[in-house]
Ligand binder design. Structure first.
Ligand SMILES: C[S@@+](CC[C@H](N)C(=O)[O-])C[C@H]1O[C@@H](n2cnc3c(N)ncnc32)[C@H](O)[C@@H]1O
Length: 115
């Protein structure tokens, strides 16, 4: 997330965005501590989600990626984990080479990229 206000933001939205950015910075800086603190809960979550050796996992709102590393250990070399976040969500460009024709709904895919 970014603290940069954009056109159309109200004062309330700008203030909320700043607060969230500060919270997320604090969360990222404490990543090693948080990884230990949430270790047991993470293990339970991954067990409930059926994350096993060889699994391919999408980690949404991954932040600093402590749980991403736990997932990588669990899935091992035959599995994979893709971590995503909106921290750097303001892109200057989106590219997709030889992929659009594989989307179930290419037009919707283009719309999502434009956002
Ligand atoms: C409290 S941190 C948690 C990070 C990580 N999942 C963890 O457990 O350590 C929340 C994360 O969610 C991300 N986030 C906030 N809103 C989001 C959205 N709409 N889509 C994707 N990620 C989002 C933030 O950038 C931040 O990295």
């Amino acid at each position: 997330m970014t603290a940069e206000p954009s056109a159309g933001d109200t004062a309330g939205r700008v203030a909320t965005r700043r607060q969230l950015t500060e919270l997320e910075r604090g969360w990222s800086h404490s990543a090693p501590l948080i990884r230990r603190w949430l270790g047991e809960a993470t293990s339970a979550m991954l067990g409930m989600a059926g994350v096993k050796p060889g699994a391919h996992v999408l980690d949404v709102a991954a932040g600093a990626g402590g749980q991403t590393l736990d997932i990588a250990q669990r899935v091992g070399p035959r599995g994979s984990v893709l971590a995503t976040d909106i921290e750097n969500a303001r892109f200057d460009a989106v590219v997709c080479r030889m992929g659009l024709m594989l989307f179930l709904d290419p037009l919707q895919g283009l719309r999502e990229m434009k956002r």
